[in-house]
Design a protein around this ligand. Sequence first.
Ligand code: SF4
Ligand code: SF4
Length: 167
Amino acid sequence: MSVKEKGYLTTEEVRALPQYPTEEDFKRGPMAVIECPQEIPCNPCETSCRFNAIHVGKPITTIPQFTGENCTGCAVCVTRCPGLAIFVVDKTYSEDMATVTFPHEYRPLPKKGDIVDAVNRQGQFVCKAEVLRVLNPKAFDHTSIVTLIVPQDVVDDVRGMKRLPRD
Ligand code: SF4
Ligand code: SF4
């Protein structure tokens, strides 16, 4: 089944994307993972990255290209992508654990130290995870980002968290 038909990418499909960071990239630290496989007229990822790590160019429907050597893992692109298709993965966090940063547009926001339910691209439970940080500065224009600490072997699977219940 195509990505268009099923509406999500599998972990294997993400790893096969040309813009997926290399092993060497991941050894340097936090890296943007751009899960955008379709030719759509869109380029805020490119214009928001002041380190020239993302290139769309012309035509604007070109699939984003990624240059891992330029990526600092700042996560600004995560907050700018209208498709919520960019994540930052840090496989250098510790030997056993890695971190994944994703946009989270639901209230209430979690807090550092909370234990939450980490979910995959289909919203299915993957594991319990500790919240490392939550960032919501004005510059992010109401798109908060959450970073979870998860086991290394599921960091390419976790792409979000279950919404917290309202008070
Ligand atoms: S994480 Fe920062 S440096 Fe890396 S691609 Fe995104 S905006 Fe550029
Ligand atoms: S901003 Fe997001 S949806 Fe648009 S081209 Fe970049 S990665 Fe794809």
